[in-house]
Design a protein around this ligand. Sequence first.
Ligand SMILES: *Cc1c(COP(=O)(O)O)cnc(C)c1O
Length: 470
Amino acid sequence: MQHLFRLLPSVDAVLAALAADPALAALPRTLLREAVTEFLDSLRADIKAGRVSDPAELAPDQVFPLCARFVAAASRPHYRRVLNATGVVVHTNLGRSLLAKKAAQAAMDASLRYSNLEFDLATGERGSRYSHVVDILRRLTGAEAAIVVNNNAAAVLIALETLAQGREVVVSRGQLVEIGGSFRIPEVMAKSGAILREVGATNRTHPRDYENAINEETALLLKVHTSNYRIIGFTREVTLAELVAIGRRRGLPVMEDLGSGNLTDFAGLGLPGEPTVQRAVADGADLVTFSGDKVLGGPQAGILVGRADIIEAIRQNPLNRALRIDKMTLAALEATLRLYLAPEAAKREIPTLAMMTAAPAALAAKARKLAGLVKKALAGRYAVTTVAGASRVGGGAFPEHDLPTTLVALTPLSGAPSAEALRQRLLETEPPLVGRIEDNAFLLDPRTLADDELRLVATVLGQAFGKGTG
Ligand SMILES: *Cc1c(COP(=O)(O)O)cnc(C)c1O
């Protein structure tokens, strides 16, 4: 073992060898030294544990390239691009919505130059950061007023805190949902200081349930979009219009947490059943909250639209400062909303809308093209076929609605690594590729891959396949 240890190069010798690679040589000296030290320590541990026993494994032509790869991996940004082949358009773990080019450009401009973020160009005095999106939100939704915060969870929190702290909020038992990532209506309610008043049964709630719960402590009637689940069968939900009628009669505001917040009516596009923000406003909701980065297709944001006096109270709530939206997000949000002024252009230019409404024939053609490229890259180790399948919108929208798509299926032939092994290896490629497994096949859905990513998918599959024991 001692002679193996003695074969290990010194840190300085490795650093000198790595200097030949311009990308590595450009790294900060201390980082480089730390990474090399860590690599040599791990080799020492391997020798000690008997995992390395052959002197040939410690030859410079073996050790230096391994170390170069280790250092490159250690110095890579942690937050990176991935290829989304899952077909889930609004994939919360993969960054939800992709921005339209114009929105990304607006965010970049806002970050590289000074701007009129809180500066009124008409007077040269201090202005409001919300002014940039208020008019367009009013125009798109028909609401009297609007304000934006960090995300929809924040929108719900500040709305409840403003309208109902220390008082009761009436909600149907069928709508006490958990959205994922720890957003739960009862818990947000508790944090806001509002008191939850549950009514009805899990599957059925009637107008009289709300009526009977109202007392002098009641501050708000709340409807929550159940987003990622549905109760089916023997059900009864009180519609927003019914709730508004009760609210009007009893002098109580009505709020709807829409979650995804469509501005587009997808009913004509084969995606039924999701309420639009415009509809909620027209039905008389006093306040509507929704996300900027779900089906809307913009940056992470929480949007509140509704009655002017309620929005003003929210604006003045000290919590608003803690939850405020930042300038890059605001710029991207305004640019996204502007695209909605021309709905046809919005469907083309906002990636989330374009992916959701992609034509099945176009997806089939894309799948065939991808299959052709992948077949070449995998050189006969996997059966590469195209099969009919389903994509999902994600983000809690259209939960039980499948979008028809064509998938590329990779099925291992004898001796090739399993679909599960392939899945794991593809997490280490540059960029990593995320797909899904069904019936021992690794599936790629072209819906969430851009046209200019198909070749890259084939390249990383080739890389993954060429690595290790393959
Ligand atoms: C997604 C969702 C939220 C949380 O929105 P974020 O933008 O993730 O903060 C709240 N309510 C509903 C109904 C949702 O679908």
